[in-house]
Structures are given as C-alpha cells and as structure tokens.
Design a binder for this molecule. Structure first.
Ligand SMILES: *[C@@H]1O[C@H](CO)[C@@H](O)[C@H](O)[C@H]1NC(C)=O
Ligand SMILES: *[C@@H]1O[C@H](CO)[C@@H](O)[C@H](O)[C@H]1NC(C)=O
Ligand SMILES: *[C@@H]1O[C@H](CO)[C@@H](O)[C@H](O)[C@H]1NC(C)=O
Length: 699
C-alpha cells in the first residue's frame, strides 16, 4: 500500500512532467481566411486557353483566395491558394510589399507561397509577362488589383484568427476523376519506372486538416489532387472557378451551413499539384465531327487540332464540372472523417531561392552511371505550344508533336527575335516557335528567374513548384525529396507538390516526354533538362535546410510594373434603356416556378466593370420569411448565373439576365431576385443602383 503522501507525490511529479512536455514541445497555431478576388467579369479575355475570343460576359461562380498561416515557436509560413489561372512573381512581389507595410517583416519571399488552382475561366491581364497578357490585350489593372487586394485580405483574416490547433494529414485514392492527356509521351518514360505505378496519372488526394485545440472544431482543410480545372472549355464566357472551385464551395457550404459563400469561417482549399498532363475530361478526346478517336500522337482529326476535343464525364461542360467537383468534395470529406489520419507533431521550416535558370550548369549522373554536364536554356516555346491541347485546342493550324520548323512561321518568328544556333541546340529536339527569353520588348515575355521553395511541417514537405509538372516529373521530384529528407533517419516524409506557385514557367516534363514534343513538352521552356535541374536544386535546398546551413537566396527578378502596356478601353458611360431607370426589371420571372426549373429575370443594367462588387454581389435570391427578406444565394452560388449584354453600343444601353436554377430541395415559399450595380454617367462619379423582380412562388 502506498501512503497518501506517496500517491500525492507521484501525482505531482506526473503533473510536473506533463507541464514540462507541454512547454518544451511547441504547439502549432494556425489562422485561416478567405476573400474574394473576382476581377472584371465582362469584356476582358479569360486566361488559361490563351484564346482572345473567350471574353467574359458574366459570372457563374466567384473566384476566391484561401489563406492558411501556420506558426510554431515564432516561425511562420503562409500558404495561399487562389482561384486563378496562374500567379506571377510580379503579383507576389506586390502582395509582399503590402504585407510588409502592414505587418513588418513577418511575411517574406522565404515563407509565403501563392499557388494558383489553375482555373481557365477567370479574367486575365494580371501576369505582367507579355506571353500571358498578350491574349488579354495587355495588362488589366482591375484584374491585378482585385487579386492583390483579395490575397491581402485573405492573409489578413488568417493573421487575425490565429489560434492553437492540431494539424492532421491523411490521404486516399480517388478514381474516375482524371486521365492523362498526353499518354504517349508518358509511355516514353522507362518501363521499369512506369511499372512502379498503377496509373499514368496520380490518383492520390493528400489532405491537411486543422482542428481548433480548445473545442475540437474543424477549422479548415487544404488538399492536393492532380487535375486540370478545365472541365469548363474555351467556349465558356461566364467567370468560374471550375471543378476545384466548386468542390471548395460544396465543402464550405456543408460546414458553414447557412452562411453565404465566401464568408467563412470554415475554409476548404482544393489546390493544384502535378497536373501538367492531367485532364478532368475523363471520356477522353474524340473528333467532334465524326465521334471517332483522334490521331493519337498529334491529337488531330483529318490533320487539324480544332476538331479533337476531350469530354466527360458529363453530357456537357457544366455537368462535367459538377461531377468532378462532387467527386473531389466527397473524397475530401471522407479524408476528414478518416481514422487513419496522422497528427503532425512538431517542426516548421522553410526555404526559398531565386534561380536564374538559363545560367544553371550541373553535373548530372544518369541511372546507367554516365556523367554529363546539363544546362538550362533561355526560355523558348516550341511549335506544338501553338496547337493547344485536347482540353482546349488553339484556333490555328498547328498540331501537337511537331518536331520540325515551319518555314512561313519561322520567318515571322525571326522577324520578332531570331534564335541563335546555340538556342536551337540547347532546346533540341524542340523546334523554337517563340524564343521568349530573347525578346525584351516591350517587356518580359516569360520569366527566366524562378522561385524554388519548400516548407516542412512535421514530416510533411511541401514543394512549391514554379509551373505545371507532368505526372512523372512530379513523381521524380517527390522521390528525390523523400530520399533526401528521410536520409537523416527521421520519420518517413510525405512530400506534396504545390503546383503553379509563385512563378509561372509553363510546363515541366521529363527528358523522355520532352522528345515527343506534345504541348507540354513544347511548353517546357528551359529545354530538355529542365526537370533534372529542378531535381538538383530542390535536393540541395532540402540538404541546406536539414543541415541548417546558409544557402544563396538568389536575386529577385526586376520589377517591371512601371513599363506595362495596357489596351482595354475604359467604360465610357452607361445610359438606362429609354423610359427606364437602372435596375428596372424588364422581364419578370414566372409567377410560379417549379422546383428543378429555372427562374429568369432581366434588368436594365450598367457595365459591371464600374464596380467589381468584391465581397458583395451583383445579385441576390431572397426568400420571404416572417415579413423579412433573407438572402439565400448570391452570384457566387452554383445555382445562379448573370449574363451581361450590350444592347446598342453607342447609346450605352445594356441589360443583365439573371438565372436561378431552383434546386429540387429548395424550400417552397415566396422569393424574389435582386440586381445590384453601379452606373457611369457622362460626367461625374459612378453611382450605385439596384432593382428587384416581383415576388414569385417556388412550389
Ligand atoms: C469553437 O470555438 C470557436 C471560436 O474559436 C467558435 O467560433 C465555435 O463556434 C466553437 N465551436 C463549438 C462547436 O463550440
Ligand atoms: C465545349 O463543351 C460544349 C458542351 O458543353 C460543346 O458543345 C462544345 O463543342 C465544346 N467546345 C469546345 C471548343 O471545346
Ligand atoms: C546513359 O543514359 C543516357 C540517357 O538515357 C544516354 O544518353 C547515354 O548514352 C547512356 N550512356 C551509356 C554509356 O549507356
């Protein structure tokens, strides 16, 4: 028998040890935020398919920035996923500039990652790099500012909500959600390497979840699954965050219940990964004229790219977006509930380097032991880049897998900038279509200085990569990092590739895939050894981090924000349709709308570019409850769309058509549709207006 004193003593010692453990092991803290980044929804071409005819006419879903700040022991990292086609160093620098003003040196190049989801249905013109801004008629300040402001806001909300958390990682296999769109290029990888994997695309979704420590509430999730957000094709002109954006909204609505979209507090980010050769159009490409299979190597029908388009899994692009979005959401939810999730216990490290790719020279050992010197080339795009892909073929007569020059186009090219013999050798077998690294007029066309960045949270390594890695490129990078990081005898690491982060350098394929010069190979801009150079760079960076030794941080690219060219016309003026005021409802919805049908209202409108309505909305669907009107949907909802149309150009007349797809599970009752906007008079400032439809019954 122990005496009461002994028990007391044991008990006290136990408590002291517990306190010691708690104070010695630093806890994770995290803050999460979301904010609207939707740019001008009309008139500006979308960025993604590089199709200047794909110009916005309205909105289906809003674009958001989702920010996650993780802290341990006074170290911080910030990870931001943005519903946008890509991000550039120019944008990141301005965001960092604003954050420095606000918070001092807490957030820097070293610890802040901005990763694009890669939706192809948002307005462009914000990249500050000519190759990407050119199809949007140059720089569009409104798009840029919406992104800059929204990203800062998301980080601010995250910064202000930091609290003690537990972080868990889990992963699972998701089938029927992605396919390889350049399978023949993939097949050029060594058989032994391919045999290690079951599929020619990655099927694993990896997810971090954040739980509040004080009451075990689920605060947010970040997950990565390799798939292009190109369920919406290049005929879509309504702003959309595509399949991954829809998955985010589904999950956020699931947890936030009655909150409007984008208003938190729970945030779910569906992020890009090694999606370079990965399509969501799971039925694969077909000739749209005949229904036959396309030519396999070039992806053409009768020698042309335009007819060869990938579809599925739905009947049309909206249904496909919905199906892919739902599958992503369901898997993510399953992972949240998974009992196999592992807690991240401690550790937070980060490192970032600016690398001038064309000057890289590295001794590279092949698997067979032979050693060569490999180098990066000046950025250049091959001919197959101009063909586009089966997710969105380009409107010209180029085809994929082109390995020879075209004499007519090479004349045009030489007129802009002539590649040297050395450039040609460096990029071989890629025939150079655009030597983007050689052209500096009017300003940078493509980056040559890139961001290399890693953050390590517990045993999870996030490698932020400056572009679209192909499936096998991503696998090789993960493997190199795993081997390097676990080499220390620590717990086996889990490596995640955060795609399209910080800098956008188009694609990164393996040396073997490069040989076929499909679209992705033609868009691997630093030449055949681009990936091998990255593998060396990431390995060295991880080694420096592990050894806690200094490394060269590199030199940031020049700020070119003062040299940009911008051609979009300003809004001149708006006038209401004769005999009407702005906001008048000129076509009412039906008195009674059956569940499952569509309610449509048309309003006298002004140009939506007058005010982007950030964190607000161009429309509401409202329900009458206890003599009050409750907003049940905004322009961010899947169920609503708004399409803007100019009626007579010179007069400034325009209208919007608002549609509400009444869900089968919508409660019966009395509803109305409202429209909000700003109009620009001939003289003076823009003014707000709004209008409402008559009430109607949903039954
Ligand atoms: C948990 O705490 C947060 C505040 O940090 C609060 O907003 C939330 O409602 C709480 N959840 C539950 C289930 O009590
Ligand atoms: C886009 O998808 C629609 C179906 O939603 C299809 O009719 C159309 O042909 C596709 N267009 C292109 C250019 O991919
Ligand atoms: C080793 O492999 C590389 C790349 O596959 C090849 O170029 C080289 O010729 C090989 N060397 C030998 C000695 O087989």
């Amino acid at each position: 028998m122990k005496s009461p004193i002994q028990v007391q003593l044991q008990y006290s010692i136990f408590i002291i040890i517990a306190i010691l453990i708690v104070t010695v092991i630093p806890d994770y803290r995290a803050g999460i935020g979301i904010s609207d980044v939707t740019g001008p929804i009309v008139q500006v071409p979308f960025l993604g398919y590089a199709n200047m005819f794909q110009r916005g006419t309205g909105i289906h879903m809003r674009q958001f920035a989702r920010a996650f700040i993780i802290e341990e022991d006074n170290q911080r990292i910030a990870f931001i996923s943005v519903d946008v086609a890509m991000v550039s160093d120019g944008l990141r620098q301005k965001v960092l500039e604003d954050l420095r003003k606000k918070y001092g040196p807490i957030y820097s190049e070293q610890n802040l990652i901005i990763s694009a989801t890669h939706t192809h249905s948002g307005p462009g013109g914000y990249m500050m790099e000519l190759l990407l801004d050119i199809s949007c008629f140059g720089y569009v300040h409104q798009t840029f500012n919406a992104l800059r402001r929204g990203i800062i806001k998301a980080v601010t909300y995250a910064h202000e909500s930091i609290q003690e958390v537990k972080i868990f990682i889990s992963s699972g296999i998701l089938l029927e959600t992605n396919i390889n769109r350049s399978p023949l290029a993939y097949l050029l990888n060594p058989k032994a390497e391919r045999d290690e994997y079951e599929y020619d695309v990655d099927k694993e979704m990896v997810q971090l979840k954040f739980i509040a420590k004080h009451n075990n509430t689920l605060l947010g999730v970040i997950n990565w699954f390799a798939v292009h957000p190109t369920s919406m094709n290049n005929s879509n002109t309504l702003v959309s965050s595509d399949n991954v954006g829809y998955a985010s909204i589904l999950f956020e609505k699931h947890i936030n219940k009655d909150k409007l979209i984008g208003q938190g507090p729970f945030v779910a980010a569906f992020c890009s990964s090694n999606l370079g050769d990965v399509s969501p159009n799971t039925k694969g490409p077909r000739c749209i004229n005949t229904g036959d299979f396309c030519d396999n190597i070039a992806s053409t029908c009768d020698g042309r790219s335009q007819q060869c388009i990938a579809f599925g899994p739905g009947k049309n692009m909206l249904e496909s977006t919905k199906i892919i979005g739902e599958r992503l959401f369901k898997k993510s939810l399953e992972l949240v509930d998974s009992s196999e999730s592992e807690e991240l216990l401690s550790g937070l490290m980060f490192a970032h380097q600016y690398i001038d790719m064309p000057t890289q020279q590295i001794d590279h050992a092949f698997a067979n032991g032979s050693l060569i010197k490999i180098r990066g080339c000046l950025p250049a795009m091959g001919y197959s880049f101009a063909a586009g892909t089966t997710d969105g073929p380009a409107p010209f007569d180029f085809t994929q897998a082109t390995v020879s020059d075209n004499s007519m186009w090479s004349l045009v090219r030489d007129f802009i900038a002539k590649p040297t013999y050395d450039d040609t050798i460096c990029h071989y077998p890629k025939p150079i279509f655009l030597p983007t690294g050689k052209i500096q007029a009017p300003y940078r066309w493509q980056p040559r200085i890139v961001s290399i960045q890693v953050v390590i949270i517990g045993h999870v390594v996030i490698a932020a990569v400056p572009g679209e890695f192909s499936t096998m490129s991503g696998r090789r990078l993960r493997k190199v990092i795993e081997n390097t990081y676990s080499g220390s005898g620590s717990q086996k690491s889990k490596v995640i590739i955060a795609g399209l982060s910080n800098t956008y350098t188009s694609y990164i394929v393996t040396r073997e895939e490069y040989d076929l010069q499909r679209y992705e190979g033609a868009s691997t801009i630093f030449g055949p050894y681009t990936l091998d150079i990255y593998l060396h760079l990431y390995k060295n960076l991880i080694n420096s981090l592990r050894a806690r030794e200094d490394y060269d941080k590199g030199i940031a690219p020049h700020d070119i924000s003062r040299r940009l060219l911008s051609f979009p016309l300003p809004v001149l003026y708006d006038l209401p349709l004769l005999g009407h005021s702005f906001g008048d409802c000129i076509k009412q919805p039906a008195h009674k709308v059956r569940k499952g049908d569509v309610a449509t209202a048309i309003f006298v409108a002004a140009n939506p570019r007058n005010n982007l309505m950030l964190e607000k909305t161009f429309l509401t669907v409202e329900k009458h409850v206890d003599s009050k009107w409750i907003v049940v949907a905004t322009d961010a909802n899947w169920e609503t769309t708004m399409t803007w149309k100019i009626l007579v150009f010179i007069t400034g007349y325009s209208q919007v058509t608002i549609q509400w797809h009444v869900g089968k599970d919508t409660p019966s009752g009395t509803y109305r549709i409202r429209h909000y906007g700003y109009s620009k008079p001939f003289f003076g400032n823009i003014k707000p207006y709004h209008g409402s439809s008559k009430t109607f019954k949903v039954y």
